[in-house]
Design a protein around this ligand. Structure first.
Ligand code: ADP
Length: 383
């Protein structure tokens, strides 16, 4: 059975076509800069310029291209960022489900509308396929109220659904399932998704019990351009001075590594700059590592016991230096990084802890699209 997976962002469409017999990827690619004159389509490492004025036309051309190569697509799995409290697992998309995803756009205005336009365009081009939504928030729906509630008047939760939702759920679920296989038992521990967006999750027996992102992906540790946690009064102060929209931009797009360093949101660029003596680049790396380390400490207390800590995402999978900054001198907590093993894993799966470390350390490249394909496949088999 062939299953196609779409991940539609604000200006990009990532796609993968799987043969579910052996989960082999038979086609994959990325369309970027939709709506811009330099839009491009990268497939098999080759980038070609394309005309993509909007999502619908990019999707129509892409589906055409896919259909020319493969006709028998049984199902399409779609990444949807916000599933609110309604969606706790993957679901077949019906007109009712589509409406709910649209309503949830109020919580994720930068994401759900793009996810939805991808769904609509794909439905048009693959009318016979079953379409399935897989939500970033779903994995965290097992968190208990004491973890997901803010200490605000309860009515804001009851009436306005203001609570912590958490994101990157498909990535945290994928790497925790993979870790369970490598460890040989259900996963209890911490998963660190460190990319442009960053989140840390506490997982007990395979279930998320807390995660660092909250009502929006702005909460938690510092990220490429997002501030992560700040004092809410500081946000009020900024909003009074600059207005709501400017403050929104400031916290979401001009903060984090970029804001602190004044240089870049890209960790590699900051590491190079720090090595050449750029002090704010060095400081931004210190702040980033410190907050992640602090979150790991908090989740060790939340869990009471952890078998392993997993690193994933562009930074978690690749940065030897950032992993060692985060994990330095944690022997007292039962965490022993093996410096040699650490250097052996850039983008490859494996253990990076010493053989005797009470808490194992793992690098696991994430694969959200594969998990979306699996969820979609399982739904079809159960139909
Ligand atoms: P996104 O959240 O946009 O998917 P990624 O998961 O690709 O982002 O992560 C992007 C981050 O990963 C960037 O900060 C980039 O510098 C960092 N990164 C990628 N490769 C490496 C590497 N080899 N060493 C250090 N950092 C890396």
């Amino acid at each position: 059975m062939h299953i196609l997976v779409f991940n539609c962002g604000s200006s990009s469409i990532k796609y993968r076509l799987f043969d579910m017999q052996d989960e082999r990827i038979i086609m994959s690619g990325l369309i970027e800069k939709i709506g811009q004159p330099d839009a491009s389509h990268t497939q098999n490492g080759k980038q070609c310029p394309i005309h993509a004025p909007d999502h619908a036309s990019a999707m129509a051309d892409l589906c055409d291209h896919i259909l020319r190569n493969k006709h028998d697509i049984a199902a399409v799995g779609h990444r949807v960022v916000h599933g609110g409290e309604t969606f706790k697992s993957a679901i077949r998309i019906t007109p009712d489900i589509e409406r709910t995803i649209e309503q949830l756009g109020a919580f994720a205005p930068l994401h759900n509308p793009h996810n939805l336009s991808g769904i609509r365009a794909a439905q048009k081009n693959f009318p016979k396929a079953v379409h399935v939504a897989v939500f970033d928030t779903a994995f965290h729906q097992t968190a208990p109220p004491h973890a997901y509630l803010y200490a605000l008047p309860y009515a804001f939760y009851e009436q306005d659904h203001m609570r912590r939702y958490g994101f990157h759920g498909t990535s945290h679920r994928y790497v925790s399932q993979r870790a369970a296989l490598l460890l040989g038992h259900p996963f209890t521990g911490i998963t660190c998704h460190l990319g442009n967006g960053c989140s840390i999750t506490a997982i007990q027996n395979g279930q998320s019990i807390d995660t660092s992102m909250g009502f929006t992906p702005l909460e938690g540790v510092p990220m490429g351009t997002r501030s992560g946690n700040t004092d809410p009064a500081l946000v009020l102060n900024l909003a009074r001075r600059f207005g709501i929209d400017e403050t929104d931009q400031l916290l979401n797009r001009k903060s984090g590594l970029l804001g602190l360093s004044g240089l870049s949101n890209d960790l590699r660029a900051l590491q190079h700059a720090a090595e050449s003596g750029h002090q704010l680049a060095a400081l931004s790396l210190d702040v980033f590592a410190y907050h992640i380390r602090k979150h790991i400490g908090a989740y060790l207390a939340v869990l009471g016991h952890a078998d392993a800590i997993v690193f994933t995402g562009g930074i978690g999978e690749n940065s030897i230096d950032m992993r060692s900054r985060i994990l330095k001198n944690l022997d007292g907590l039962g965490i022993q990084l093996d410096p040699d093993r650490n250097t052996q894993h850039t983008g490859t799966e494996g253990f990076i802890s010493t053989p005797t470390s009470p808490i194992k350390l793992l690098v696991i490249p994430t694969d959200e699209e594969r998990l979306i394909a699996r969820d979609t496949h399982q739904l079809i088999l159960a139909m």
